[in-house]
Ligand binder design. Structure first.
Ligand code: ZN
Length: 48
């Protein structure tokens, strides 16, 4: 059995590592991805 740390379960880890972005300014989850940046569609704040 291979134990290289790449088990199919890592999918769950990826999920938790990439949570839904939330705007730190207005708390909106309406985040758009453009030009390699996330920005809030509600208030326009660019998330890092
Ligand atoms: Zn916002």
């Amino acid at each position: 059995m291979a134990r290289s740390g790449r088990s199919p379960r890592s999918l769950e880890t990826i999920k938790s590592e990439d949570p839904t972005k939330v705007c730190s300014e207005c708390g909106s989850k309406d985040i758009e991805y453009s030009n390699e940046e996330f920005y809030c569609k509600k208030c326009g704040l660019v998330l890092d």
